[in-house]
Write a protein that binds this ligand. Structure first.
Ligand code: EPZ
Length: 421
């Protein structure tokens, strides 16, 4: 269905809105259910397209699932019926790769389609080489043929692994695989994202012996078997950040509740640098937007640095700033696709490789624009909220992958935004 969002810009957003649970914590948590024959109960899985994709993927592997949005989701893989994550699912969601580690650890065999040319690109097209090198260190035989990775291991053995770069799902795959390996695994240069720490907490609740999840060094002592657990997923720091930028870019006054400010320090600092007035009380973050944002430079980096998943949203804000901003994207190649669409709304943005130079303008003009990937679509929605006139964002399915009814949340804050089928 070619849904699109139609936005009448110019209304300052005001009010309170609740952050949903984190997509990037829910997906690995769901995959962790492969590690045990017992039920894993996740209390607050968000209603997202990527969650549905992961659910379908796990059901294809033999999971029984029940429950869903608004209630707890139960996943139980009493028996692994299939060892293959098929291309048609993996090609729609790069994160499918997080079934590789747990599937291999549980059964000794895993076949996962290589992620295709994901829109935001992997370094030189080797999007999961760190995952594979790590699994090989744990004793897996890895072969790549016909677009699939095949991993085999009679029993994984603990090892010392230092990844060449910080990889979030790579860390998650290796932590899950090591949980059932024989002996101790030490992951160095591990990703410190809150979603990694959250997965660590779930695995420990399932009986894993893990120290240091959420730090750059994780020690995992393998156990013979894991059990079920009940787990509440952390708030989505990227959705919360997106909602705060909506308050800032519209010159409004927005409070995001059920958030985790501790996971958002870089985003909050950058919003304040742009002139937003922030107040943090417990799990509530209030953002009063400036009349006009100030320019600020951004360099994306692994947690706790500025998150790449907020880069497009901040570019939309900086496009209206009083001055020149430089954005350096160090995590993904080709993650400036929103710039071309923002330019069509009047933004003055020059991109060269991993650097974008943004010369702030007084206002955007509403325009028909096209979403290219999940966070790029959020960037365009934010620009539409501030633009003069009407903005139509097409290919909204990108947005639905990672935001639970974003337009309803924005409507509740006074935005004039409609989804047109
Ligand atoms: C996770 O992706 C997130 N997804 C991404 O969020 C996020 O942008 C990214 O981490 C960085 O924070 C999930 O957690 C499901 P990486 P991931 O492995 O794990 C390269 C969103 O919008 N790399 O940390 O796939 C890679 O190409 C999504 O919610 C290799 O070269 O990212 C990238 O350039 C988008 N080889 C960089 O490292 C590898 O084996 C970081 O990737 C692994 C990664």
């Amino acid at each position: 269905m070619a849904a699109r969002l139609v936005i009448e810009g110019g209304s300052p957003l005001r009010g309170e809105v609740e952050a949903s649970a984190a997509k990037n914590a829910a997906l690995p948590a769901m995959a962790a259910s492969l590690l045990t024959a017992q039920p894993v109960v996740l209390e607050n899985v968000p209603a997202l397209v990527d969650v549905v994709t992961m659910r379908r993927l796990l059901e294809g592997l033999g999971a029984e699932t029940s429950g869903g949005p608004g209630g707890a989701t139960t996943l139980q893989v009493g028996r692994v019926a299939c060892h293959e994550a098929p291309y048609n699912l993996v090609s729609t969601m790069r994160a499918s790769v997080v079934v590789l580690g747990p599937l291999l650890a549980r059964t000794g065999v895993a076949r996962v389609a290589l992620p295709g040319g994901c829109a935001i690109g992997g370094r030189g097209g080797r999007p999961i080489d760190q995952h594979l090198k790590g699994l090989a260190r744990l004793g897996a035989d890895i072969t790549i043929q016909n677009g699939y990775v095949e991993a085999r291991a009679s029993r994984l053995k603990g090892a010392r692994i230092t990844t060449d770069l910080v990889t979030v799902t790579g860390t998650e795959n290796l932590m899950m695989a090591a949980a059932l390996a024989e002996g101790v695994t030490v992951l160095e240069n591990a990703a410190r994202e809150p979603e990694v720490a959250d997965l660590g907490r779930l695995l420990v609740a399932m009986g894993a012996r893990i120290e240091g999840a959420g730090t750059e060094r994780i020690e995992i002592e393998g156990v013979a078997e894991l059990g079920g657990a009940r787990h509440r997923i952390i708030p989505d720091r990227i959705e919360a950040g997106t909602l705060l930028v909506a308050g800032a870019i519209s010159g409004g006054d927005v409070t995001v509740t059920c958030a985790a400010p501790r996971h958002m320090t870089a985003t909050l600092a950058k919003l304040e640098e742009c002139g937003a007035a922030l107040t943090v009380v417990g799990d509530r973050i209030r953002c009063v937007g400036p009349a006009r944002p100030k320019a600020a430079d951004i360099i994306t980096s692994p947690f706790p640095g500025f998150p790449t998943d907020m880069q497009g949203q901040m570019m939309a804000l900086l496009g209206l700033a009083d001055g020149l901003s430089k954005i350096t994207e160090t995590i993904f190649e080709n993650r400036f696709m929103h710039a071309a669409e923002l330019r069509r709304m009047g933004a003055l943005i020059e991109t060269e490789g991993s650097i974008a130079v943004v010369r702030g303008v007084g206002a955007y003009q509403g325009a028909p624009v096209m979403a290219t990937d999940l966070r790029a679509s959020a960037s365009l929605v934010l620009a539409g909220l501030a633009a003069r006139g009407t903005t139509e964002v097409s290919r909204v399915y990108h947005l639905d992958r990672g935001y639970q009814a974003l337009e309803k949340k924005l409507q509740s804050l006074g935005a004039r935004i409609q989804r047109i089928r």
